[in-house]
Design a protein around this ligand. Structure first.
Ligand code: WT7
Length: 643
């Protein structure tokens, strides 16, 4: 077994979870009395407006209900209840691309969110249950908008600012959104860029449900104002900073967040109110050991679940100080992130392996030019981290002093599932280690038998947990099939993550990556089905198969096998395909490689064997039986092309 890094004993004394014994005691409690275990935390952590009557309702599986009939409000949980003793503490520490800093206290946050909530109610008649799409840059108004929705019971759906007009339109329509909140633009790498034109393009036709577009003027750009558009900066001035919050049910949807699956169009993952906020707060306290005075920085975009749970909801529910950064860590130079850590005395830094690889490449010793002694815990998320990147992160950023929490979770899980606890779990590089107490993560075969140690199996969560996905917006059947359709345990369908994993020594779990047709590019999920549907729009393409192939910086990159109709130039097709992908999905979906092949390996029933294509793209030898292919000779033909 590779070397283990043991927690610092001194720091452990003050930690929220102090030892592996304490961890196992919690695990035990959860296994002997599951509902009692969760009740204890729900009672302690949540400010209930009305107590719940039952911890877990399993009468309509897999549509589990948590904290049945309980009433609460997430913006109260994140803001109001902290005003008593934290009104002057910084809630959001914003740093703009060009270095402009805003420190927003809980008191100010409260006022800003209340005004925003009043604006939504008074000007746009947004009510409980209405859907509001946010297409926003990383500015404080994005967080205000999310919390304002939560305050009045509207369901937000944040669409990542890198998604295209086409993708935005699909999401507005699928959610039946009444309002889109956007900004004229923002700044990246010293330059302004525009967001509003993308909204114009997305909403120029269709979007029947849409009544208005609210535009925050971040840049004061001279934009094209349309009939439906409203100016945030003017309207907000007239709003009162007092606003009562809506009394929400535990199971009322808090938000939707679209994510890719292995089939069809993106799914609107629906999260709940009570279960979600409970786990967001608890994992903040456990995984990052958030303490009074800490300054927490998660570098994700609010367009992803990581931004929801660990920039906005988790840190604020836990009463912390959360850093929000508009720019990129490589601008104006490779020291930007380290400079921010030094200046703001950041205690936890949470980022993606892809960012670590890029920063490492830009300068082995860059971090040592800065005082990073404020750092206490480092984290990674989104994809497996390679040992090389891990070592650098540990030595150069963490000064061999900071535990690294490699957190495995998903949009659907709401919060962390498998991760070391920084002052309790001995850390194995590049390993997610153990499930959090109360989370029943298991590596099993499809029939529920445990996969033998050291072998790859299916990573499942075999009991419901509070922050789990409730359904796919508008499609209960797809929800059942996508998550509870593959694996059973003791005859009951269980949640399957789509990932493979392996159990090793000490029961540590290592994630081996997706086993379904989902690609992970720089920590972003892209479904092969979506990509293929877009690419097939190119008139020269007869058939297409997309796979993910290992990439030094991005983790995986998009590799296209194309059967072309004519002898059109493959480079021209490549260019055109990337235009289509940028238009239909966004700039994150760029094909790095394309090869023209005479055919695709398919089973007799017509299913493309992407596994074979993955092996061939890597230039590895096929060990798999190919006799079941419709045309086994195709494999040799593809190999020739790849040579
Ligand atoms: C997929 C979820 C939830 C955070 C951001 C991504 C992969 C996530 C890890 C990790 C290895 C990881 C999995 C997972 N993933 N964290 N620590 N080690 N792989 O959210 O877009 O829902 O993607 O990201 O494949 O299924 P997401």
């Amino acid at each position: 077994m590779s070397k283990l890094y043991y927690p610092n004993k001194e720091l452990a004394k003050k930690a929220n979870i102090k030892s592996l014994e304490e961890y196992y005691a919690l695990v035990d409690k959860a296994s002997t009395d599951y509902e009692g275990y969760w009740k204890n935390f729900a009672d302690k952590k949540i400010e209930w407006l009305k107590p719940y009557s039952k911890v877990l309702d399993e009468s309509n599986k897999p549509f589990y209900k948590w904290f049945v009939d309980g009433k609460l409000n997430v913006s109260n949980q994140c803001i109001d209840r902290h005003l008593k003793d934290k009104s002057d503490q910084v809630a959001i520490l914003f740093e703009g691309d060009r270095g402009d800093v805003q420190k927003i206290t809980y008191q100010e946050l409260s006022k800003n969110v209340n005004k925003f909530a009043n604006l939504l109610k008074n000007e746009f008649n947004i009510k409980k249950g209405d859907r509001v799409v946010l297409y926003m840059p990383m500015i404080p108004e994005a967080a205000y908008a999310m919390l304002a929705c939560a305050r009045i019971g509207a369901i937000h759906s944040v669409v990542f600012g890198g998604f295209s007009a086409e993708a935005l339109k699909d999401r507005i329509e699928d959610a039946g959104a009444k309002l889109v909140i956007t900004a004229d633009g923002a700044y990246r790498k010293g330059n302004p860029y525009l967001l509003k034109p993308v909204v114009d393009e997305a909403t120029k036709s269709g979007c029947e449900s849409l009544e208005a577009v609210l535009v925050v003027q971040r840049n004061n750009e001279d934009i094209d104002w349309k009939e439906k558009d409203h100016k945030y900066n003017e309207l907000i001035a007239n709003q009162s900073s007092e606003c009562d919050f809506e009394v929400m049910d535990s199971e009322d949807p808090l938000f939707l967040l679209y994510t890719s699956g292995s089939t069809g169009k993106p799914k609107g993952v629906q999260h709940s109110t009570a279960g979600y906020i409970l786990w967001a707060q608890m994992t903040m306290e456990w995984t990052f050991d958030l303490q009074e005075g800490d300054v927490f920085w998660c570098t994700a975009d609010i367009g992803w679940i990581t931004g929801h749970t660990y920039i906005v909801y988790g840190p604020l529910a836990a009463g912390g100080t959360t850093v929000m950064f508009e720019g990129v860590p490589t601008y104006p130079d490779a020291g930007r992130a380290w400079k921010m850590i030094e200046e703001h005395k950041i205690s936890q830094f949470y980022t993606a392996p892809t960012a670590i690889r890029v920063l490492h490449k830009m300068g082995e010793d860059e971090p040592s030019k800065y005082d990073l002694s404020s750092l206490k815990v480092l984290g990674t998320v989104g994809e497996p981290i390679d040992p090389h990147a891990w070592e650098w992160y540990h030595q150069k950023v963490g000064g061999e002093r900071c535990p690294i929490v490699d957190t495995w979770w998903q949009t659907e899980t709401g919060g962390h599932m498998i991760t070391p606890l920084p002052f309790a779990t001995p850390i194995k590089p590049a390993c997610a280690t153990l499930p959090l107490p109360g989370i029943n993560a298991e590596v099993i075969e499809k029939d529920g038998t445990p996969t033998p140690k050291g072998e790859k199996g299916y990573l499942c969560i075999t009991k419901p947990w509070p922050s789990m996905i409730r359904t796919i917006w508008g499609d209960d059947e797809r929800f059942k099939k996508a998550y509870f359709g593959d694996c059973v345990k003791d005859g009951e369908p269980v949640y399957f993550s789509g990932d493979g994993a392996m159990v090793g020594e000490n029961d540590y779990i290592t994630i081996t990556g997706r086993v379904d047709d989902v690609i992970n590019v720089s920590g972003h999920r892209l479904g092969t089905a979506e990509l293929e549907a877009a690419i097939a729009e190119d008139e020269h393409i007869a058939e297409v198969a997309v796979i993910g192939t290992p990439h030094k910086l991005k983790g995986e990159s998009i590799f296209v096998y194309a059967v072309t109709k004519d002898d059109a130039n493959i480079e021209d097709i490549h260019k055109h395909i990337n235009q289509i992908l940028a238009r239909d999905i966004g700039n994150i979906a760029k094909a790095d490689d394309i090869v023209a092949v005479p055919g695709l390996p398919k089973t007799r029933s017509g299913k493309i064997m992407r596994r074979i294509l993955r092996v061939l793209a890597k230039g590895e030898e096929l060990t798999q039986d190919i006799s079941t292919l419709e045309d086994p000779t195709i494999v040799e033909k593809i190999k020739e092309v790849l040579l």
